[in-house]
Design a protein around this ligand. Structure first.
Ligand code: 13P
Length: 266
């Protein structure tokens, strides 16, 4: 059974002075069984958030990592620097594809570095509005997956707990979400790309696929009602403890229902 995951991407919000308190509040308000919780603050807030979350069963993630181990890369952060600060990392977020011109090939290198360094990666994929309107969404996402994942060590990715987040670019920060049916169809397409195009076979079924893009406590239920969607990667709403409490509570209901359907205790 795949885990249910609610991951908070704080993007360029919070400071070292306030991030710890926010993380601690969220941790206290989201104690629900059966849900994996992750908070990804800015790099400079990682230490404060790690300290605030000590012993609270909420993982800390970084929002990016460099593909090289060390060297002349001004302003960059290596996997070694994250050691002891973060156990998860987001790679290939559309805001980095857009602003830092990250290519699928570079994202693949970051992914490999993350896995080799013991970080659990969340690979983000998603199409632009024009691509969806042109009927090309599945093709675009499949190309992103092939570009980042071709030739990668599948066993290493799976044992690192590899996660994919489908985040349609036009749904990020816009208040407009994909329909749950479209998001579920994309999650299925993602798994069939892994399984057939990339040769992962049945292992594709073990990869959690999250939905991201204007997720809130009010709409997450629609996405979690889809069997192929395993949680959310949340931006704006993840900075609000009430919202996080609502989303994690809803995910806990789903976790319980899925465990019961599979004939397992949660
Ligand atoms: P919003 O939830 O603010 O739309 O952001 C989604 C996102 O980009 C998470 O990585």
């Amino acid at each position: 059974m795949r885990p249910l995951i609610i991951a908070a991407n704080w993007k360029m919000n919070t400071t070292p002075a306030d991030a710890g308190e926010l993380a601690a509040t969220i941790a206290a308000r989201t104690e629900e069984p059966g849900v994996v919780r992750v908070i990804c603050p800015p790099f400079v807030c990682l230490a404060a958030v790690r300290d605030a979350l000590a012993g609270k069963n909420v993982a800390v993630g970084a929002q990016n990592v460099h593909h090289e181990l060390a060297g002349a890369y001004t302003g960059e952060i290596s996997a070694a620097m994250l050691n002891g600060l973060a156990t998860w990392v987001i790679v290939g977020h559309s805001e980095r594809r857009r602003d830092a011109h990250e290519s699928d090939e570079l994202i693949g290198k970051k992914l490999a570095r993350a896995v080799a360094s013991g970080l659990r990666p969340i690979l983000c994929v998603g199409e632009l509005l024009a691509e969806r309107e042109a009927g090309r969404a599945v093709e675009v996402v499949a190309a992103q997956l092939r570009g980042a994942l071709a030739g990668k060590d599948v066993d290493a990715l799976l044992s690192a707990g590899f996660v994919i987040a489908y985040e349609p670019v036009w749904a990020i920060g816009t208040g407009r979400t994909a329909t749950s049916a479209d998001a579920a169809a994309m999650a299925d397409a993602i798994r069939s790309t892994l399984s057939a195009d990339l040769g992962w076979g049945d292992a594709a079924e073990d990869v959690p696929v999250l939905y991201g893009g204007s997720v809130t406590s009010a709409n997450i239920g629609e996405f979690l009602a889809e069997r192929s969607i395993d949680g959310g990667l949340v931006g704006g709403a993840s900075l609000k403890p009430d919202e996080m409490a609502g989303m994690v509570a809803r995910a806990a209901v789903t976790a319980k229902a899925r465990a019961a359907a599979a004939g397992k205790p949660e």
